[in-house]
Design a protein around this ligand. Structure first.
Ligand SMILES: *[C@@H]1O[C@H](CO)[C@@H](O)[C@H](O)[C@H]1NC(C)=O
Ligand SMILES: *[C@@H]1O[C@H](CO)[C@@H](O)[C@H](O)[C@H]1NC(C)=O
Ligand SMILES: *[C@@H]1O[C@H](CO)[C@@H](O)[C@H](O)[C@H]1NC(C)=O
Ligand SMILES: *[C@@H]1O[C@H](CO)[C@@H](O)[C@H](O)[C@H]1NC(C)=O
Ligand SMILES: *[C@@H]1O[C@H](CO)[C@@H](O)[C@H](O)[C@H]1NC(C)=O
Ligand SMILES: *[C@@H]1O[C@H](CO)[C@@H](O)[C@H](O)[C@H]1NC(C)=O
Ligand SMILES: *[C@@H]1O[C@H](CO)[C@@H](O)[C@H](O)[C@H]1NC(C)=O
Ligand SMILES: *[C@@H]1O[C@H](CO)[C@@H](O)[C@H](O)[C@H]1NC(C)=O
Length: 426
């Protein structure tokens, strides 16, 4: 009877979550794709690792380095294993892995759910265990898994969920075989077929959209999408809003053009929505502004909160009607809980400076009839005590990220009427 009950409890409590002990909080690190595309090698990887260390970003928590597409030869070897491109990695990947470990960074893998990766390198379909062996031998324990060149339906006889379950199952089997924790597994299927609904069953995270771009329109549209999917993020499974574009202003073709304010808004949203924080810019000559944005410890602390895994959520859309999608004007007023206080993120989605106003009690996490100390997570200063509401102006596409903490009952001279509309009596 006791055994039956235990089984039943296990099924009810955990049947839809993977929760295999790894990947509790969002990963932080670097991915080669936004800065390099295919054009990287051991020396560029090491240069980025050294820059991460030198600029304090390793100490801030960035500790994985994803070798994205293009690290292998196009052909597997005669026994079906991938071979690292010897031109790009003249000393082999294990040697690079060791050098990165010495900087406090672990290499991480990129693979693909089909016959080929997106750039035409070997895909892992049918080679799942062999590729896990290879990545493990390269010191990797994290996998970003892409979705190009996937086999036809008559071959897999699986839908999107089933196709991705193949690698999730292989990861579990491989962990059991080598008696090590399973690989952390991130789905990169661009938000097809609502992975925010099923991704948690088989992985620690799932991209919610196509590839990010270094322009405000792309950032605003991802925030708009996340405003309807924030609920899916928590410990051990989360929306992946894609690699950061912070630092890519003036870089790339066409050149990125995020302003300083837009870059801060981008980083704030990714951090507070508990997205992975994955750097995608050349750090060897990044500006101090870029390093300061990526290194904002107040925001990183909330992203990595060991006690609260949830994303912030919108309480008012602002320009756009509530609960209506608008990629140009995503929700502007957001809040949520953290171990360090109640978090607010206020965004000006307009192209001109705006006055932003909200009543504290519009947020579910605020107690009515109380006053709150206000800490600004960009200026890193306390800004006094707020009673009832806050008003401030924001530059175009600017952001404020605030932490509010209870500072006792509201002043006695204020009346006791109802914050939440009516039905209060004194
Ligand atoms: C690695 O890439 C850099 C920058 O593109 C280049 O200067 C260097 O020669 C390359 N090294 C090797 C071993 O290919
Ligand atoms: C293929 O690569 C694997 C892993 O590096 C190695 O163990 C195996 O011997 C290679 N096979 C051949 C035929 O070279
Ligand atoms: C799947 O369909 C294709 C045609 O679209 C056909 O050529 C192939 O033989 C089929 N494969 C299987 C395993 O049925
Ligand atoms: C930023 O760059 C994108 C892509 O080139 C372009 O469409 C957009 O108009 C630019 N925005 C500004 C404000 O220049
Ligand atoms: C860094 O250097 C590269 C190569 O010289 C250059 O293309 C890029 O614009 C520089 N980046 C910054 C942020 O200055
Ligand atoms: C916010 O999170 C903290 C830390 O887990 C917890 O102590 C507190 O009760 C939470 N507040 C609310 C309103 O859930
Ligand atoms: C803020 O509170 C005031 C006073 O209760 C109320 O008149 C106003 O409608 C509220 N505004 C919002 C946006 O909730
Ligand atoms: C904002 O709160 C103050 C009390 O701190 C109150 O006097 C004022 O009327 C409120 N403003 C609005 C617009 O509700």
């Amino acid at each position: 009877m006791a055994i039956l009950f235990a089984c039943f409890a296990t099924l009810v409590g955990h049947s839809i979550a993977l929760n295999n002990g790894v990947g509790k909080v969002p990963p932080m690190g670097y991915d080669t794709f936004n800065a390099y595309g295919c054009d990287y090698n051991a020396s560029s990887v090491l240069a980025q690792g050294e820059a991460m260390k030198r600029t304090g970003l390793v100490d801030a928590g960035y500790n994985i380095f994803i070798l994205d597409d293009c690290y292998a030869l196009k052909e597997r070897n005669a026994t079906g294993y991938m071979v690292a491109d010897p031109k790009k990695f003249p000393n082999g990947i294990p040697a690079l892995s060791k050098q990165m470990n010495d900087l406090g960074i672990s290499l991480a893998a990129y693979g693909d759910n089909g016959y080929y990766t997106c750039a035409g390198y070997p895909g892992s379909y049918g080679h799942e265990m062999k590729d896990l062996e290879t990545w493990h031998s390269w010191g990797m324990s994290y996998l970003k898994y892409d979705n190009c060149y996937i086999p036809a339906d008559n071959i897999t006889q699986e839908n999107m969920f089933g196709r991705y379950t193949r690698m999730s199952d292989a990861i579990a089997a491989f962990a059991a075989k080598i008696h090590r924790p399973p690989f952390i597994f991130y789905l990169c299927e661009w938000g097809w077929q609502q992975p925010w609904i099923w991704g948690r069953r088989i992985s620690q995270g799932w991209r919610i959209d196509g590839d990010i771009k270094p322009y405000w329109s792309a950032i605003a549209s991802i925030i708009d999408q996340a405003s309807f999917q924030y609920w899916a993020s928590d410990f051990y499974g989360r929306n992946d809003m894609d690699i950061l574009e912070v630092g890519n202003t003036g870089q790339g073709t066409p050149p990125g053009n995020l302003t300083y304010e837009e870059s801060k808004t981008h980083f704030t949203a990714w951090a507070l929505m508990k997205s992975p924080l994955i750097i995608g810019t050349d750090l060897t000559n990044a500006t101090q502004e870029t390093i300061d944005i990526l290194g904002n410890r107040d925001l990183i602390k909330i992203n990595q909160d060991p006690h609260v895994g949830e994303s912030i959520s919108p309480f008012r859309w602002g320009v756009n009607p509530d609960y209506v999608s608008n990629p140009d004007h995503p929700a502007e007023y957001w809040s949520g809980n953290s171990s360090y206080g109640v978090v607010f993120m206020i965004i000006n989605s307009q192209n001109t400076e705006q006055t932003m106003f909200f009543n504290l009690t519009e947020s579910w996490a605020i107690r009515a009839g109380r006053q709150y100390s206000v800490y600004d997570m960009w200026t890193h200063t306390y800004e006094g005590v707020a009673v009832w509401n806050l008003t401030f102006s924001l530059p175009p596409h600017g952001v404020r990220a605030l932490l509010l903490n209870d500072a006792g009952p509201q002043p006695a001279n204020l009346d006791g009427t109802c914050a939440f509309y009516y039905q209060c009596s004194v």
